[in-house]
Design a protein around this ligand. Sequence first.
Ligand SMILES: Cc1ncc(COP(=O)(O)O)c(C=O)c1O
Length: 454
Amino acid sequence: MQHDELIALADRHLWGHFSSIGSAVDRMRIVERGDGCYVWDTNGNQYLDGLAGLFVSQVGHGRVELAEAAGRQASQLAYFPIWTYAHPGAVELAARLASLAPGDLNRVFFTSGGSESVESAWKLARQYFRVIGQPERHKVISRHLSYHGTSMGALSITGLEVLREPFEPLVPGVSHAANTNRYRCKLCADCPGCTLGCADDIEQAILRAGPETVAAVFLEPVQNAGGCFVPPDGYFARVREICDRYGILLVSDEVICAFGRLGSMFGSERLDYLPDIITCAKGMTSGYAPLGAMIASDRIAEPFVGTDESFLHGFTFAGHPVSCAVALANLDIFEKEQLLDHVKANEGAFRSALEDLCDLPIVGEVRGMGYFYGIELVKDRGTRESFSEEEAESLLRDFLTNRLLDLGLICRADDRGEPVIQLSPPLVAGPEEFDRINQTLRKVLTEAQGRFSR
Ligand SMILES: Cc1ncc(COP(=O)(O)O)c(C=O)c1O
């Protein structure tokens, strides 16, 4: 089908996610092909995929070995559930993930994606505490601005008012604590150094909720929404200590931060903490098939092992045979091409390519780690003055998003907090891609500051 015909049909029938229907259809890019770090649209334009799709395409696009793994599995056994039964791919992948996960996180519960993983973790925490005789523990603490997914449980954990408000009342029992935005820290900005007030704020939220009623704290290793908030040194050690003090589970939501995004297989490993549960998805298959997982520690699984107690929860497509085969082949590529080492060897160059832009007055801060970075944009670098809501809307939606696409760079211009540009390229990216990102951003941000900054 030709581009114009696709646009007309999309305009009439496609309900895009988090998109308004029928607006800016003429500017919609219909992406039809990918190879490595690049994708092409139906008009033949090439883009550098600086967001790995949506923090997904770790090994890059067009990997024939993953397509072949999917084809082989579909020919042999396209579908069978993991309710009551098992299939070899689910078993092998569970064992492989357990061997890669930190500590005693050995029990893998498959899902079809990130929201389902988060939903599953909250439900497991609730059932776990019922089974061990603490039924009053059902609440969750997460952080302001955090994104944990869209299903009702995951949305309730999400800390973004704008996403929550249309669906209220949400699942009760969630409170939000400070995030780790050091650039605009309200807790210790006036102190000589970080006091870990953001970790202590989690304790305050626990105390307000009633410690004996809290089941879990949900945190991303590096918080995506708001723009790649990296925790200060000692943050997770303090949070772990707080959770242990009150008998609360620590859930590491690694839907973005696992599978090499931070240069380690799991983000908690890079930041040196041991959660009770990891939620993950996205990069597990590099997007060649949908799959997610919740990985629980032996301690949390223990009351369900060899007893009549089953976790009363599941999804038809979770642990899909094709997805499991793809995930195994994806992990083979990680090993064969030493992708974690590649990220570690190149993350400094990536950071430098972005920090090079700090001479532009519109660039407030560059933050992140591994291949996961945010650039906060400000009206005035000296005073850190923010853009107004209307200015931010105009800067991001009317200008930056389209201008960057016109120049062939896919990244995320986001204002769920202050305006940020986020970059999360495929893990196979290297100096050539970093140069192109640098040059495109320099051009577009220079234009933007002429229009929007002081
Ligand atoms: C940290 C985190 N948790 C959960 C989700 C939800 O994942 P999904 O969109 O696969 O449901 C996301 C999605 O980006 C995420 O970033």
